[in-house]
Design a protein around this ligand. Structure first.
Ligand code: PGA
Length: 253
């Protein structure tokens, strides 16, 4: 992961059928033409599990990276109906997994489960997009930084794991709501958390930090100036090639 490399990551959630590949094809065409900027960013798209193998074959050794949206907290095989292990995901050519999305935390994922998922993803040599975020109540009580620090330290238990992790800061109140933190607030939080990680894990290297929550072609303009942000996790707007491309266009305008 290059130092100044930025990431535009699309999280499709429960969306997509085989023909949805056309969305990624269009994004890929834009990327290939964007000679002026395309050495500065990577595109990652996370379709549902049903599409991982076919999409990853299609984009093998190509510019766009295909990511999984989650994995089970046990590895290899087992009697876990409906579950997919990090091993199984890696074996269809996938090298990225989103872990800890607030929608899954709301469905019962605990710090302990996330800790397992992270360790197993690393064991399978998979990069992790690790989501953290405070909810509306935490924010109102000014607990944001405390909550975020806890989410990080409970789930990332080994300093060496940091090499494989991109942290996606996604305030829960911002996801799908059209609301985003102010530029000042976001700059401050990212700075504090980057400092916290350096101290907590005794490392001098900056971990990569993404922002997610209502990122679109308009809101991206407020985030451009935040040097410490290494990219974006995009939900709703990643289901349309035009909306996704417009985010990249406006970021580099
Ligand atoms: P949103 O979702 O861009 O639709 O707010 C972001 C996410 O949930 O990752």
């Amino acid at each position: 992961m290059g130092k100044d490399m930025r990431y535009f990551i699309g999280n499709w959630k429960m969306f997509g059928i085989p023909s949805s590949i056309k969305i990624i094809n269009r994004i890929n065409q834009y990327y290939l033409k964007d000679k002026k900027n395309n050495n500065k960013y990577k595109i990652v798209i996370a379709p549902p599990h049903t599409l991982l193998e076919s999409f990853s074959n299609k984009f093998k050794n190509k510019s766009i990276i295909i990511s999984a949206q989650n994995c089970y907290e046990k590895d290899f095989y087992g009697a876990y109906t409906g579950s997919i292990s990090p091993f199984m995901i890696r074996k269809v050519g996938i090298k990225y997994i989103i872990i800890g999305h607030s929608e899954n935390r709301a469905n019962g994922e605990t710090d302990k489960i996330l800790k397992e998922k992270i360790s197993l993803a690393v064991k399978n040599n998979i990069n992790i997009i690790f989501c953290i975020g405070e909810n509306k109540k935490h924010k109102a009580k000014k607990l944001t930084i405390k909550v975020l620090k806890k989410q990080i330290s409970k789930a990332i238990i080994n300093k060496n794991f940091l090499k494989k992790i991109l942290i996606a800061y996604e305030p829960v109140w911002s996801i799908g709501s059209g609301k985003t933190p102010s530029t000042e607030e976001l700059t401050k939080n990212v700075k504090l958390l980057k400092q916290f990680i350096k101290k907590r894990y005794k490392t001098r290297k900056d971990v990569k930090f993404l922002y997610g929550g209502s990122v679109d072609s308009k809101s991206i303009k407020n985030f451009k100036s935040i040097q410490k942000l290494d990219g974006f996790l995009i939900g709703g707007a990643s289901k349309s090639s035009k909306k996704f491309i417009d985010i990249i266009k406006n970021f580099y305008k």
